[in-house]
Design a protein around this ligand. Sequence first.
Ligand code: MTE
Length: 321
Amino acid sequence: MKNGLRDVLQAETPEAVYMARRRYLKWLGIATASWSLSACAEQNDAVDIADGTHVSVDSDPFTAEDPLTRFEDATSYNNFYEFGTGKSDPRRYAGQLRTTPWEIEVSGMVEQPHTFSLTELLPVEERVERVYRLRCVEAWSMVIPWIGVPLANVIARCRPTSEARFVSFESLADPNQMPGVRSSALDWPYTEALRMDEAMHPLTLLATGMYRRDLPAQNGAPIRLVVPWKYGFKSIKSIKRIRFTREQPETTWNRMQPSEYGFYANVNPEVDHPRWSQRSERRLAGDGNRAFAPRVPTLPFNGYAAQVADLYRDMDLRTWF
Ligand code: MTE
């Protein structure tokens, strides 16, 4: 597989940054030759990353086999309106973001509201590596190796009450560190939310790293959501607050343009955006020049239908977009 994880990491990462264990390399060999679930079923290994910690590598069906996006592209073509609306603004300005110390406030329908440190909420031992497709509502996509903790683990630690039906997330909105927040491009803070069953789904991650490094600021350091079957705007960056609610919370894009951005925002090639088709996407991956990225068909639920379609079996996905 050209542009597999190993190629990309070797091309972009100093040799010392990571050292994969032998079984992991063997797994990469298997993935390169031919992908088969049975071949990978027993593989759930650990790799050592830059800071000396281990992450377990989920080589289960959740990990995509598509050629990866180059680190350079994933960190220079971004949406992070707190730093400006241009694709290169986040890389230009996000260096100002202070990410340590970082606390996360948990409130709403929980047994006890609590402010957690990052490692209290996402212990290093629970971190896994997953390769996911990321499909932006603007019809481009990337393939990114994330490091993170399944959101379900984090929710268990927050101890929501049985009445909680939704969970919402708020990004940092500090005009002193984030020049975009001084503009009225969006209603700040950026807010997103999931239904509890979506949040508890094993695919849903809270990421702290990508490409075996800490998350770059422009990608949402130090903690962001990754919900691979939904349009990228649900994957909220630089999270400061988590809140559990009974009612469906308001979310930024849905409140601003309800006819264009739904609350559910499941990737769906059958439902066009009012201003463009969602049938295909520009895949920013591999060696190609970004301007000539190939168009590939968009898949229902971004290719994760087998895992998640059941969550929506009672819903008409044309109206509940
Ligand atoms: N989170 C915040 N706080 N602010 C944003 O502007 N943009 C969203 C999402 N999360 C955004 C955000 C959009 S539209 C997308 S497509 C993804 O982040 C992009 O993630 P990436 O830049 O890491 O590829």
